[in-house]
Write a protein that binds this ligand. Sequence first.
Ligand SMILES: Nc1ncnc2c1ncn2[C@@H]1O[C@H](COP(=O)(O)OP(=O)(O)O)[C@@H](O)[C@H]1O
Ligand SMILES: [Mg+2]
Length: 262
Amino acid sequence: MIDEVVIETKNLNWSYNGTKVLDNVSIDIRFGTFTGILGPNGAGKTTLLKLILNLLQVEKNSILIRGIDIKTYSRKELAQIEAYVPQSVKIDFNFTVEQVVMMGRTPFLGRFDRESSEDIRIADWSMKETGILELKNKLITHLSGGELQRVVIARALTQEPIILALDEPTSHLDIHHQINILSILRTLAKREGLTIVAVLHDVNHALEYCDNIFLLDKGKIVNSGSPENVITPKVMKEVYNLDVNISKNPFTGNPYMVHDYI
Ligand SMILES: Nc1ncnc2c1ncn2[C@@H]1O[C@H](COP(=O)(O)OP(=O)(O)O)[C@@H](O)[C@H]1O
Ligand SMILES: [Mg+2]
């Protein structure tokens, strides 16, 4: 599986009602990597994520998942490969944390099956990984934004996916919880070989955590590759109209961006 291309898009185009929002997007994402999708508001990031999750209907053979056309998978088969953490999740019902996390097992259960001890083990593992085991009996409506975000990630992990796609997973979190989530994701990629695809806004988080970045602007991939090759002063000026300087984070030794203020 190492080095396997798990997601490939081939000259992918997408329009909403005649307005083109993705233009010839070709990406490939390898097994066990942490890939960041970056770009300004409206660049097409969420649309790209939805396409690779088959939530929007593409033309045949424009997206391959594990080398096979996404259209050939049933919904259930795909749910066993890909899990999605959308940008905002609202759960109004009085479920407990554990019940919500257990919903991740749905793609593996028959219509009238009860959860097995194996399903319970997997849900417990997910709650442990995301640091919410002690919340398991709490009502979902009683959680803070950060706790809820971790519950949604735990539910996705309970799907035991190969690919975890997250849309701005840290946008509602304080700085501690932001890096906590990103570090959990990186650990899962490194240790479990999970393939992470995350839409991120914080460029420094991408520089720190991602193996690869695709930078989207106005529906086109304008740069891709390793973080230090993608995030350059020239590109940041072109895409974000910001003057930036890339130095080194003294704590980690990874590239770190500072920018001028307008
Ligand atoms: N359901 C939709 N119908 C029409 N236009 C949409 C829809 N969803 C997104 N768009 C438009 O498509 C473009 C890309 O949106 P999106 O993929 O959400 O961008 P991003 O996630 O990078 O901010 C934007 O101009 C947005 O207004
Ligand atoms: Mg978006």
